[in-house]
Design a protein around this ligand. Structure first.
Ligand SMILES: [Zn+2]
Length: 209
């Protein structure tokens, strides 16, 4: 059901994504629907992964949840992002486990982290829809209509590996499968064999070295 909603939203969004592409790009070249950015750093036994992606790629919308269904969709997405094992796979012999995770988004309210997701944003009487700080964006400072707000979701994971010498690849196919609105990930990586930048897609979801 959620997936269907996301798929439908993507179809609906596809039309204005094209028209918004230009104004998105001159902002900071980051917010492009369907695409996410990810930094990956492998150092000794620690892997740091930092994902920054338009919220639409995860939940199909970029406004604060307007009803219980949208809130449930957002809560589920955040909950799923907190389990790196279901989204990102590491060479099994490296014996990697998640040590720390943090999920943040202006959609979660005041830019606080998802540790606050137990409290009920939906029940707040005063929604600050016009408050720039809530959305964390200055797109509409450009003088354009503020008909479309944009928001990102940021997830950072720290993973440690008992046998890091066995680590040979990081597989993001779980993430592409769970969040079908993500069509590409632009990766900047510091790997044991050096720095690289690449783009991963559902058809090519692995970072190897
Ligand atoms: Zn957007």
């Amino acid at each position: 059901m959620i997936r269907e909603r996301i798929a439908l939203s993507c179809v609906l969004l596809a039309g204005f994504t094209v028209t918004l592409a230009n104004e998105d790009r001159h902002e900071h070249g980051a917010h492009e629907h369907g695409s996410g950015r990810m930094d990956v750093a492998v150092e000794k036994n620690t892997i740091d992964i930092d994902l920054d992606s338009p919220a639409v790629n995860f939940v199909g919308f970029e406004h604060e949840p307007g009803d219980a269904k949208e809130k449930a969709t957002l809560d589920k997405a955040v909950a799923d992002l907190k389990h790196v094992g279901a989204l990102i796979a590491f060479t099994p012999a490296a014996q990697c486990t998640q040590k720390r995770v943090r999920v943040t988004s202006s959609l979660l309210g005041e830019g606080e982290d998802a540790g606050h997701d137990d409290h009920d944003h939906e029940e707040h009487a005063d929604h600050h829809h016009d408050d720039e700080a809530v959305h964390g964006h200055d797109h509409h400072d450009e003088g354009d209509s503020d008909e479309h707000d944009h928001a990102d979701i940021n997830a950072t994971w720290e993973v440690t590996c008992a046998r890091p010498e066995n680590l040979r690849e990081i597989d993001f196919s779980g993430l592409f499968g769970r969040f079908a609105g993500t069509h590409s990930l632009r990766i900047q990586a510091a790997l044991p064999n050096g720095q690289t930048s690449t783009e991963l897609t559902p058809d090519s979801p692995r970072l190897k070295w």
